[in-house]
Design a protein around this ligand. Structure first.
Ligand SMILES: NC(=O)c1ccc[n+]([C@@H]2O[C@H](COP(=O)([O-])OP(=O)(O)OC[C@H]3O[C@@H](n4cnc5c(N)ncnc54)[C@H](OP(=O)(O)O)[C@@H]3O)[C@@H](O)[C@H]2O)c1
Length: 372
């Protein structure tokens, strides 16, 4: 029991928040005299063991947490359900929080109260955890001031909540592997993902063409239309690319110099097939959960380069010092209508429905963003 209490405390949750110490057992006398230093009680999506997210998560009430001098209490406004959140709960992600844990890794909130030593944030400010950090699926979070980055309030909350992971990944991948020039072409699978939608638009801003692959599924024609509206040059389903002279589908576009693999399996092979001599494929996701298989000829005759990208590694590197201006730049693109992507805001009460959609139980859905 002692270790469970310690673990919860390390999450910013007092031992009384343990489900085995329900809130109802705490008398109002417990907090008398400390009222100004306490967060309000919180609701949180927690998991005490790894496993299928729809089986191991539940929404519980957490009691108030005491603010220390440098702490900020943030009333969360919105937080997405990202594939990596699902993988963390499943226990298949390399970086995992200590259990029991609160779900979520990014989001936006409003400063609710501050500790006596907080200088740079005020009540009412909008903040995001930067770099992203554990435990955003809760109504109130108490963490040190240094965790939070203040942002302008002039973007919709669902964009502020999702700016930190996927758009930043798209931006970095377009910059960090191949020097792209206007007129170049990139190719990607998983183009309907938020990363994919951002890749299309950020490439277009640089004058770079995009060839996009989506999976065969109900509504694929509609999905193609949406991606073209974002600036995609070409959009194909995987089955459309199962032709002999695949390169004829590129029409007048130059052969792609850079490819992004979000999916793995046969969708990755399609990216490899369409890359030009000496091209580079960057793998950043494995949505099909199938391995990347590379034909020998891709190395010998095309000299393709295979690379990988992981934002978490990038944010722990020296380069991440520029992260804040990048986020502000991306938020400005959103504000100016130059970057948009599909999302669905869902109240916390409907968390299990949103989770089922994010798990793909009923086909394809836009990114689920929890509204608190
Ligand atoms: N390496 C990194 O640092 C990093 C950073 C950010 C994201 N990611 C990864 O990038 C990927 C996309 O993230 P996101 O948040 O942008 O995605 P998202 O918006 O949640 O969309 C999910 C995407 O996955 C596709 N998909 C779902 N199940 C699939 C399956 N079984 N086979 C093939 N495709 C499937 C969906 O296609 P439909 O539209 O057809 O349903 C959709 O394009 C994830 O793997 C995520 O973990 C990696």
């Amino acid at each position: 029991m002692a270790s469970l209490r310690l673990t919860l405390r390390s999450l910013g949750v007092s031992h009384r928040s343990c489900p085995r110490f329900p809130l109802s057992r705490i008398t109002s006398n417990t907090f008398r005299g400390f009222a100004t230093n306490l967060s309000p009680p919180s609701k949180a999506v927690v998991y005490e063991q790894q496993g299928p997210p729809d089986q191991v998560t539940r929404v519980i009430d957490l009691p108030p947490v005491e603010l220390k001098a440098n702490d900020v209490c943030v009333k969360m406004l919105a937080a997405p359900i990202n594939p990596s959140d699902i993988n963390r709960i499943e226990g298949v992600y390399p970086a995992r929080p200590i259990l029991p844990a609160i779900g979520g890794h990014e989001g936006v909130g409003e400063v609710y109260s501050v500790g006596s030593g907080v200088c740079n944030l005020s009540v009412g400010d909008w903040v995001i955890p930067s770099p992203p950090s554990f435990g955003t699926w809760q109504t109130y979070i108490v963490k040190e001031e240094t965790v939070w980055h203040k942002i302008d309030k002039d973007v919709p909350m669902e964009y502020a909540a999702t700016i930190n992971v996927n758009p930043l990944t798209a931006l970095r991948m377009l910059e960090d592997f191949v020097k792209l020039s206007p007129g170049d072409t990139i190719i990607q699978n998983g183009a309907t993902s938020i990363v994919g939608q951002c890749v299309i638009q950020l490439a277009r801003i640089q004058g770079v063409h995009s060839v996009n692959i989506i999976r065969d599924r109900v509504g694929s024609e509609e999905a193609k239309g949406k991606l073209k509206n974002l600036g995609a040059d070409e959009v194909y389903t995987e089955s459309q690319l199962e032709v002999k002279n695949i390169k004829s589908l590129l029409g007048d576009l130059p052969e792609p110099i850079l490819g992004f693999n979000c999916v793995g399996g046969s969708a990755a092979s399609l990216v490899l097939k369409l890359l030009r001599q000496g091209g580079t494929m960057v793998t950043y996701g494995g949505m099909s959960r199938k391995p990347v298989t590379v034909p020998t000829s891709a190395f010998i005759f095309k000299d393709l380069a295979l690379r990988g990208f992981w934002l978490q590694k990038w944010t722990n590197s020296e380069k991440a010092k520029d992260c804040i201006p990048m986020i502000d730049h991306i938020l400005t693109l959103v504000k100016n209508g130059k970057l948009k992507y599909e999302m669905e805001l869902v109240p916390l009460e409907d968390f299990s429905t949103a989770l089922d959609k994010a798990l793909g139980k009923s086909g394809s859905h836009p990114k689920q963003v929890i509204r608190f």
